[in-house]
Design a binder for this molecule. Sequence first.
Ligand SMILES: C[S@@+](CC[C@H](N)C(=O)[O-])C[C@H]1O[C@@H](n2cnc3c(N)ncnc32)[C@H](O)[C@@H]1O
Length: 313
Amino acid sequence: MQYHLYIIYIIYIESSVDEWRRQHARLGPIALGSDLTQPHIAMLNYLLMDTLQNQEYLRRQYEDSRNLGARIDLHTRFSTEEHPWFHWVFDRFEIPEKARVIELGCGTGLLWRENLSRIPHGWSITLTDASPGMVREAEEGLRRTALGFTFAEVNAVSIPYDNDTFDSVIANHMLYHVPDLDRTLSEIRRVLKPGGRLYATTVGLNHMAELREVPRDLGIRTPDGSVQTFTQFNLDNSASDLGHWFAEVELERRNGALMVTEAAPLVDYVLSGTRLSDEETARLRASFDSEIQLRGAFRISTETGIFKAIRGS
Ligand SMILES: C[S@@+](CC[C@H](N)C(=O)[O-])C[C@H]1O[C@@H](n2cnc3c(N)ncnc32)[C@H](O)[C@@H]1O
């Protein structure tokens, strides 16, 4: 046991943790663990878990919509796409006119606020999130509409509804946060009716890579979320996870770019997920400023997409 822990410690200090996780997350301890017992493997997986699934980090990160808002703001203001993200996502739904729909990790309910006029009156929509603050904000934004929304605090790893309840489950940009992806997917399958569909958006490994490179090149450590790579449930590694639970899995990608002409929203984006000292923040701001002055804008490429997965009978 000590031998295995020692090996992992060496890997940690000798290489970029981010890069190492990107290549080995979760396979590492299992591959090393031929003589490890399950509790040891669980402990090692916990130690190696991305910040993006760390429950204490997530509790603080999503206490309210401030951090998420800073990130959405950057996309909304500087995307080069003509078709807004939440319209593009809604366009992909093939949901009957009369249907029960649940969203997991709904955040502030922006998907629905941005598509209000397009929602069929026959949909009964349950908006859920693990964060009570997010559920409150989603409810505040939508309760005065004439549509049939209900709201509930739900952790996606354990969905408190009966088998075969929903025609569609929506899980946008949230399955990379769940602490047990396999269990969450089994729960989603369980609450879907046979033939029901999961729609799940996520990002690719190179999503916004340019933004990660700046602090890295400046030697600024960003141990927390906003500038991390997404090792769990990204566009490249999720089809097989979904394939264990669903009969048909399809992915539609959407690549794009942001052309950001102000340093402040870039700094806000980074600070939305990680703490920096004043000195580090000032260096980061100066670096964004000089790139914008030189080239007219700071360009960031985006890699997003939506999985559609259909439950078999
Ligand atoms: C990146 S935000 C996405 C919000 C929204 N779906 C969107 O696309 O804008 C992730 C959301 O997932 C929620 N979340 C994180 N872990 C969760 C879990 N285990 N179960 C349910 N919601 C979770 C967070 O509270 C947060 O609101």
